[in-house]
Design a binder for this molecule. Sequence first.
Ligand SMILES: [Zn+2]
Length: 151
Amino acid sequence: MESFKHGGYFILFSALCTPFLVNIVSYQRLLMFFIIGLASTVFIDFDHFLLEYMNTGKISKLWDAAKQPLRTLTDPEYLELSTTEEQRMRAHLLIILTLTALTVPYFVLGTIVIVKQILTVVLVSILFHICLDVYSDREEVEKFRDYLRTE
Ligand SMILES: [Zn+2]
């Protein structure tokens, strides 16, 4: 799924969550969480360009993406990549597992509530992104499931 569509669905998701969250956190914090979540769910797709670099050894597409981030996010045809859906899914899962592993100690030991809330927003946003990717291409998920079975 294209990054800008992830952003659109995240806005819808946020709108649905807002009535439940307004009683828990302030409006300012809610706006901050929305911006952090939107950025997390949209910009995680930049891992595709790291994958492209790992696939081809050429850094040019990573630079092109960095130079024109808006076009990269809105025009899926702009940079033709050699990465497969399976590689992208694995990269997303690796990122969320790494982030979870790094943040669990803070969830257990940390005392600053805002940090826990931001970490939660980032993890939920990335998980939301992965769920959309899974939903948008179920055929690729079947292949991924077969891959997991053979491992
Ligand atoms: Zn994705």
